[in-house]
Structure formats: C-alpha cells, structure tokens
Design a protein. Structure first.
Length: 155
C-alpha cells in the first residue's frame, strides 16, 4: 500500500487537539504521513477618511523572522507527540488566503486527504447557504475533504 498523505489545516484553536487526534488515528490506519499546516491570513485595514472609513488594500500580518519562528515552534509543539508515536509529520506555516493555501499545499504535498475541524456551521449548512470561501473551495478540491466535527458551547 502506498503511503497516504494527510494535509491537516490548523488554526491553533481549542479544536486543534481533536483534529490532530483524528488525523493521527487515520494516519496510523493508512500508514500515512501528516502535513500540519497553519495559514496566516491577511487582515483588512481601515483608514479614517473624513466622517467615514474606507477600506484600503488588505494588510498582510507582520511576518518577521521572530514571528515566523514563534508560529513554527507552536506548530512543531503540536507535531512532536505525533513524531514520538512513530508517525511521519511535517509542519508548515505560510501566509496567504486560507482556502487558496489549503488547496495549493494539498497539490504541492500530493495530499490524499485534507482534514479540517468544523467551526460553527456544518459542511451541509455551508453547501445549502453557499456564498462562502468554503463552498468555493469544494469545487476546486483534488482529493477528499474530511471534516472533524467540533462541539462548541457545551452542546
């Protein structure tokens, strides 16, 4: 059996541990490797202009070698227990638009699966309501998308 690659996109929320745990289970079953991905997204900037505010071009987060190193260290701290358990794990921090980067990295790393945690709306709700970046990503997928349900708010 060929080694399967699982691209796991993380946002460092409390759900990350659950998503990593599910990815680890699947990687063990498939004798697969995991690529942990964290995407630093642009933040919109607003500049006062008279009585109104007008949007200016999206401002990319400040990415200094120090801030990059902090994010990489944080991601590596999540990867280390997986490596210690014998799994093959790579970690990657990139800057860009979330859905575009997930798709780009899935192609670059020849991902067999993309794994995301759900936040708020279910995948079915996104499909029905449409209009989101998530919905746009679905039509561009080159591999299966696995969504780990994350319960929030004690429900």
């Amino acid at each position: 059996m060929a080694i399967k690659t699982l691209l796991v996109a993380l946002d460092f929320s409390d759900a990350s541990a659950l998503v990593i745990g599910r990815a680890a289970e699947l990687a063990q079953e498939l004798s697969g490797r995991i690529v942990l991905l964290h995407v630093v997204e642009p933040k919109a900037a607003f500049v006062p202009a008279g009585k109104t505010k007008r949007a200016v071009a999206a401002a990319w987060p400040l990415r200094t070698p120090r801030s990059q190193a902090k994010l990489e260290a944080r991601l590596n701290s999540l990867a280390e227990p997986l490596r210690s358990s014998g799994l093959k794990v790579e970690s990657l921090v990139v800057a860009g638009l979330l859905m575009d980067e997930i798709l780009e990295q899935s192609v670059k790393y020849h991902a067999d699966y993309i794994i995301l945690g759900s936040h708020g709306k279910s995948a079915a709700q996104h499909l029905v309501t449409g209009g989101s970046a998530f919905t746009g990503m679905l039509g561009r997928l080159k591999c299966p998308l696995l969504i780990v349900p994350v319960k929030t708010g004690g429900k």
